[in-house]
Design a protein around this ligand. Structure first.
Ligand SMILES: [Zn+2]
Length: 115
């Protein structure tokens, strides 16, 4: 992810409108680029402030409790970890299923050929 792209995706991050793959790229960039992290910090607190004002005016607050950027990033990372682990698990499971079917076929074939 490039800096320009990162900046344009900050609002999507704050609103929680990002899929896991994009969020992974986004967080990686935030970790490696100090400038963008600063940009994220500012936009995040401004947007949280606006949200809080909205909810004080009686407008529905979509996000519920407001988090600090640090805890928001922490939760995002935890979600990505679980998502990645889930993907690896599914992949391992389907690979194992594939090979056990193949082995079963192979043994069956040998039985047929021997007879
Ligand atoms: Zn950057």
């Amino acid at each position: 992810m490039k800096c320009r792209e990162f900046e344009s995706r900050i609002p999507a991050y704050v609103k929680g409108e990002m899929d896991m793959e994009e969020m992974q790229d986004f967080l990686e960039h935030a970790d490696s680029c100090e400038e963008c992290y600063g940009e994220l910090e500012i936009t995040y607190s401004v947007m949280q402030g606006i949200r809080q004002l909205d909810s004080e005016d009686g407008v529905e607050d979509g996000g519920g409790t407001s988090l600090s950027l640090d805890s928001s990033l922490y939760f995002a990372r935890e979600r990505i970890k679980r998502w990645t682990a889930g993907r690896i698990f599914k992949y391992a499971l389907s690979t194992a299923a594939f090979w056990s079917v193949l082995c079963a076929l192979w043994f069956q074939l040998r039985l047929w050929l021997v007879q």
